[in-house]
Design a protein around this ligand. Structure first.
Ligand code: PCA
Length: 173
């Protein structure tokens, strides 16, 4: 193929690729706005993340705070707990790889698809409030059985009245 055709093809490909590789993820814990790990998603060195809107899981799940570092875990036990509130982001492949690594996926959390109901949405052409969508979520099946006895939250806040302030990875002993 000629050089000009090649340049056009390369330009088209690079214009399409970022869109095509964006993935929706639902965050319910420390990655949300105002929470201790949110800055990691806003750091361009880790990739790209765009806020889309708020959402709630279509089914109930146990969302608990566990362990000595007060880590929020969504236990993959649909039908138990509360319908969990969180935020949806579109992330590029680089951010997705960063988050998989940061969340110790797949050993600590597993990234699985979850059904959601949209709340307020900022993304144009997004779902209308109250309609369903799917996104990835970091949930886990690798939990202590006793975790199911912990209080089950609807809306995680690291600084909530529970007093279980999250220990940032950098400050763990
Ligand atoms: N980070 C991920 C999973 C739990 C956590 O603290 C999140 O916010 O969804």
């Amino acid at each position: 193929m000629g050089v000009r055709t090649w340049i056009k093809a390369a330009a088209l490909l690079s214009a399409l690729t970022p869109l095509g590789s964006m993935t929706r993820i639902f965050v319910y814990g420390t990655l949300k706005r105002g929470q201790p790990n949110h800055f990691r998603m806003m750091d361009a060195a880790n990739g790209k993340a765009e806020f889309c809107g708020s959402a709630q899981t279509a089914e109930a799940f146990p969302l608990v705070i566990a362990g000595k570092y007060n880590i929020p875990f969504l236990l993959n036990v649909p039908g138990t707990g509360r319908r969990v509130r969180g935020e949806v982001y579109r992330v590029d492949a680089k951010m997705l790889a960063f988050l998989d690594d940061f969340e110790n996926c797949p050993s600590m959390y597993q990234r699985t698809a979850v059904r959601l109901v949209a709340g307020d949405w900022t993304e144009p052409d997004g779902p209308a409030p109250g309609t369903g969508l799917e996104a990835f979520v970091y949930s886990t099946t690798a939990y202590q059985p006793d975790s199911l006895k912990l209080p089950m939250l609807e809306n995680y806040d690291a600084y909530g009245s529970h007093g279980l302030v999250y220990a940032l990875r950098e400050s763990r002993q």
